[in-house]
Design a protein around this ligand. Sequence first.
Ligand code: BES
Ligand code: ZN
Length: 458
Amino acid sequence: MSLDAVLAQIDKDLPAAAERLLDLLRIKSISTDPAFKSDCDAAADWLVADLQGLGIDAQKRPTPGRPMVVGHVGPENGKPHLLFYGHYDVQPVDPLNLWDRDPFDPAIEETEAGTVIRGRGAADDKGQLMTFVEAFRAWKEVNGEWPCRITFFFEGEEESGSPSLVPFMEEHAEELRADFAMICDTGMFQSRTPAITTMLRGLLGEELTITAPSKDLHSGMFGGIAMNPVRVLSRIIAALHDDQGRITVPGFYDGVPELSDELEAQWQGLAFDHAGFLGDVGLSQPAGEQDRTPLEMIWSRPTCEVNGIGGGYQGDGFKTVLPSQASAKISFRLVGDQDPLLIRENFRKMVEDMLPVDCTVEWKGHGASRASGTATDDPAFAKALKALSDEWNVPAAYIGCGGSIPIAGHFHSILGTPPMLIGFGKDDDQIHSPNEKYDMESFHKGIRSWARILDALT
Ligand code: BES
Ligand code: ZN
C-alpha cells in the first residue's frame, strides 16, 4: 500500500529530482586535478545540505584529500542497517573539443533513443547516487518516517584511486559498519537487464618515464647514434603481451582462478551479444586472450592496457626531435587472488631488466586494489533481485563487471559488511568519455527500484 504511494510520489517529483541532479552536475568536482579541490568541497557541501534538508544528521568529514560525506538517520528497529555509498567526484573532461556542450553546463536532451541527462558525472556517479537519495526523499515524504537505520557514505576520491578511503574506514569502522553496503556505481546487463554485480576486477595503475639523453636533441645531428627513449618504451610495451594475448609479466597469472562450471553455465544463459557490444564502438573482433570467451575477457580475466603514452613532439606539424624522455600510463585489471603489490614489483623488475644502457626509469604508482566478489546466499540478495525484476519487468541477473570499485572489497575486509552492487548505467553512457549521459529511464526507474528494494528489505 505505502509502496504504491511512494512510487507515485517518485513519478510526481521526477522533474524536480532532475533539476536537483542538474544542480549537482554543475559543480566541477574533478578529484584527480588539484585545481578543482574547492569544487570537490562544494559538491560535498551540496550533498550535506541536501541530506540535512531531509532531516538526516549529515556532515562533511575532512581527510588529507577530498572530504567524505557521512549521514545517519532512522531507528535501530531490528530491521537491517543499510549503508548507501556513491561518489561525488568525476573524471576529467578532456578532450574538451569532443563534447557537444560544456560538460559542466548539463541539460536534459531529447534524443532518438529517448530522454537523457547530459553532463560530466551524469552516470558516474552523481546521477546514480541521487537515485537512492531521491528514493529516500519520496519515502520520507509519504511515510513521514524512516524504515530502518540508514547510513549515507559519499566519497570524493573514487576516480583517483581512493587514497584516503582505507584510513578513514579503519578509523570510523564502528560508525560505518552495517548489515549491507548498497553501492550504486555499476550498470545493467546489456543496457536492459537490471542486475546485481557480484564480481569486480581490481586495479593496479603504473606510470613510467624513461629518460635516455639528458636533453631533447636534433634527430638529424644525433639520430642513429643516440638512444631514443620512445623506441625503448615501444619495445617494452610490445613485449607485455604474447601472440596469444597473454600477459608476459612473470608470475602474473598466480592467483587467477578458472571459471567454475556453475558460473560458466550461468554466463552462457545470459547470451551476451558481443558482436553488438563491440559493434557499438566500431569494432568487430574480441582482442583479448584467444582461448577465452568475450564475457570472460571483460569479467573474469586479468588485463594489461596502455591508457596513455607520450614522448617527443605532439603538436601540429612536424618537428625533427629525438626526445629525452618517453612515458606511459599502464593499468592492470586484476581478478581472483592476484596480488597487486607483487605484480607491481614483478612488472617493475621486468621493465628494468629490459632497459638498455644509458636509460633510467622513474616510477609512479596509481592505486593498487584487489578484485572483489560477493556471496549471494543471504536471502536479502534474492529479495533485491525480485524487487529489480518487478520494476523493470525483466528477470534481474547476477553479473560481473570489468571495472573497479575498490571500496566494495574494503567494506568486506575492513567492516565485515557485505556489499550489494546495484546500478542503472548503460553501456552507451560514455562514462569517463566526452558527452557522458544518464538515461532519464535509468534515473527514474533507478529511484523506483530503490524504493522497491527498501520495501523488500525492511
Ligand atoms: N563506476 C565506475 C566503475 C564501473 C565501470 C562500473 C564500468 C561499471 C562499468 C567507477 O567509478 C570507476 O570508473 N572506477 C575506476 C576505478 C579507479 C580509478 C580506481 C575504474 O574502474 O577505472
Ligand atoms: Zn563510478
